[in-house]
Design a binder for this molecule. Structure first.
Ligand SMILES: Cc1ncc(COP(=O)(O)O)c(C=O)c1O
Length: 473
C-alpha cells in the first residue's frame, strides 16, 4: 500500500471478496451513511435520509468510537413517538396503542433494559437505562464508596483516565472531605511508552494499596489507546482484596461481548452514543450486580432502609407499586432500576431502542464481534503493509493482540502531523477522530463499515501523510 497502485488494487479486490462473504453485510443498509456531498456541505440537508444505492458517493465514516451513525429506523420510531405524544398527550404514559411497536412511556425504561441486558451480559433487573455516563458514575460512587480515613479510603484509577472520570473521582473525594493527594492512586505502566497497561501493572498497584483502597474505577476499553482490559481477572483480583470495582464501559458496550454478571462485576456504567448509536448525548446505562441491589425489608418494616444500600434517590427508583402513592418513604425497587432518579427521556429511550433493534437483527454482539475481529485485523494488516516512508511517521499504539482490543485502532503520528493529516482526510470525506497531541482513532464498526472502506481509509491516509509531511508545522 502507500505508493503502489498495484497493491491498492489487490487489496481492494480482497476487500470486495470479504464484503461479499460477510454474513452481516446487510446491516449497513439499516444506517444513514453520510454522502461525500453531505459531509462537505455547510447547509442543513433537506431530508436526513441519504439516497439509496449510491454507495460510491458515501463518505468513509470510521468514527463509531465517538458517535455511531444514525440507524434509519431511528427516524421512524421517533416519528411514532411524536405521533403518540401529539395524539394521546398524557395518555401516552399508560395507554397501549394496538398497532404501535412502542411501549407505553411508563414501560419504556423496562423495555430498554430488556434490550440492553444481553448486550452487557446481565439479567434485565441488573441493568437500568438512565441518566448519562458521568452522572451514573457519580451515582454508583455515592452508593458504593464509603471512605474511612482510618481504613479504606483510596480510589484507584488509571493515570490517563478520561478527564470526566478523573474529575468524578477527585470531586467524590473532596465531597467526602478527602484530598486526591492522599486518597487517589493512579495506575500507569512503568514499561509501556504509550501507557498500555498490563494486567500485572494494575494488579501490582492494587496489591501495594490493598489495605486502604475502597474502590477501583477502570475503563473496559481505554479511550486513547483502544486497549481492552481483562475485566474478569482484574475484578476477581480486586475482590480478593475486598475492593469494589466500577467499570466505565463507554468504549466497550456494543463493541465487545461482555458478561458482567458471569464475571462477577460489582457495577458499571456506559454511554450509548458510540457503538450503540443512540445519538449525541443519548441516555446512558448502568449495571449493578444483583447482590448489590437487594431490597430485603418490606416497606412496612419499622426500618426498611436497613434492607438496601443507601443511594442518592429519586421517585423513579421507588418500587413501581408505591411510586404513585405519593408517600414520602423511599422504598427502592430491587435491582438496578432502584438507582433511577427521574422519569427518563422517552425521546432518548426511543432513539436508543431503535438502534438496539438493529443489534437484534445482527444476532447480538457475539456475531458482531466475529466480523469486528476480521475488519480491524484487515485494517491493521493494511496499515502495516504501507510503504516504508509512511511507516516511518506513524505507529499503531493499540495492542496487536485482538483479545486486547475492540474495533478501534489508535494511530500515533509523528509530532506536528496531526492537524495536516486530519485536514487531508476530511478533504477526502474520511471521518475519523483525533485525540491531541498526536493520535487519530480509527474504528471500523461491524454494523455498518465494510472491508472496502478499510482500503479507502488506508489509501486516503497515505495521501494525507504525504501532504501533511510537506506542510508539517
Ligand atoms: C471513557 C469515557 N468516560 C466518560 C465519558 C463521558 O461521558 P458523558 O459525557 O456521557 O458523561 C466519555 C465520553 O466520551 C468517555 O469516552
Amino acid at each position: 500500500m502507500g505508493a503502489s497502485s498495484i497493491a491498492v488494487a489487490e487489496a481492494r479486490e480482497q476487500a470486495k471478496a470479504l464484503d461479499r462473504e460477510d454474513p452481516l453485510a446487510f446491516t449497513r443498509a439499516e444506517f444513514n451513511v453520510p454522502t461525500t456531498a453531505q459531509i462537505a456541505s455547510t447547509r442543513l440537508a433537506e431530508d436526513s435520509a441519504t439516497p439509496e444505492n449510491d454507495d460510491d458517493n458515501k463518505s468513509v465514516y470510521l468514527c463509531g468510537n465517538s458517535l455511531g451513525l444514525q440507524p434509519k429506523r431511528t427516524g421512524t420510531r421517533i416519528n411514532q413517538y411524536l405521533r403518540t405524544w401529539a395524539t394521546q398527550g398524557v395518555q401516552g404514559h399508560f395507554k397501549p396503542l394496538a398497532d404501535s411497536p412502542l411501549p407505553t412511556w411508563l414501560d419504556a425504561d423496562a423495555k430498554a433494559a430488556e434490550l440492553i441486558a444481553p448486550i452487557v451480559g446481565a439479567s434485565e433487573s441488573e441493568v437500568a437505562v438512565m441518566q448519562t455516563l458521568t452522572t451514573n458514575l457519580h451515582l454508583l460512587m455515592s452508593a458504593f464508596y464509603h471512605p474511612d480515613i482510618n481504613g479504606r479510603h483510596k480510589i484507584i484509577l488509571e493515570s490517563r483516565a478520561f478527564p470526566s472520570d478523573h474529575f468524578a473521582v477527585e470531586s467524590q473525594l473532596r465531597h467526602h472531605g478527602l484530598s486526591p493527594e492522599t486518597s487517589m492512586i493512579t495506575v500507569q505502566s512503568p514499561f509501556s511508552q504509550d501507557n498500555v497497561l498490563s494486567t500485572y501493572d494494575i494488579m501490582s498497584v492494587i496489591s501495594t494499596n490493598a489495605a486502604d483502597t475502597a474502590l477501583i474505577l477502570l475503563p473496559g476499553i481505554q479511550y486513547y489507546t483502544g486497549q481492552l482490559l481483562d475485566i474478569p481477572v482484574i475484578t476477581a483480583f480486586a475482590h480478593k482484596h475486598g475492593i469494589f470495582v466500577i467499570w466505565d464501559l463507554a468504549h466497550a458496550v456494543g463493541n465487545v461481548p461482555l458478561s458482567l454478571h458471569a464475571w462477577d462485576v460489582d457495577a458499571a456504567a456506559w454511554c450509548t452514543y458510540k457503538y450503540l448509536n443512540g445519538g449525541p448525548g443519548c441516555i446512558g446505562g448502568l449495571f449493578v450486580h444483583e447482590r448489590n441491589s437487594l431490597v430485603t425489608k418490606a416497606i412496612t418494616d419499622p426500618h426498611p432502609e436497613e434492607g438496601y444500600t443507601n443511594r442518592l434517590a429519586g421517585w423513579w427508583g421507588n418500587d413501581k407499586s408505591t411510586r404513585f402513592a405519593m408517600a414520602n418513604k423511599f422504598h427502592p425497587v430491587g435491582g438496578a432500576a432502584g438507582f433511577q432518579l427521574s422519569n427518563p427521556s422517552v425521546l432518548d429511550i426511543t432513539s436508543l431502542s431503535a438502534s438496539l433493534e438493529v443489534f437484534q437483527l445482527a444476532g447480538g454482539v457475539k456475531e458482531l464481534r466475529k466480523k469486528s475481529l476480521k475488519l480491524t485485523g484487515f485494517l491493521e494488516e493494511l496499515l502495516n503493509g504501507m510503504s516504508e516512508e509512511d511507516r516511518a511517521i506513524f505507529r499503531i499504539i493499540t495492542p496487536s493482540d485482538p483479545d486486547q482490543r475492540g474495533a478501534q485502532l489508535s494511530i500515533l503520528l509523528e509530532e506536528g502531523l496531526l492537524g495536516g493529516v486530519m485536514t487531508e482526510l476530511e478533504k477526502r470525506s474520511v471521518i475519523v477522530d483525533e485525540r491531541k497531541p498526536d493520535v487519530i482513532r480509527v474504528a471500523p464498526a461491524p454494523l455498518y463499515n465494510t472491508f472496502e472502506e478499510c482500503v479507502a481509509f488506508v489509501e486516503a491516509f497515505s495521501e494525507a501523510l504525504a501532504a501533511a509531511r510537506k506542510t508539517k508545522v
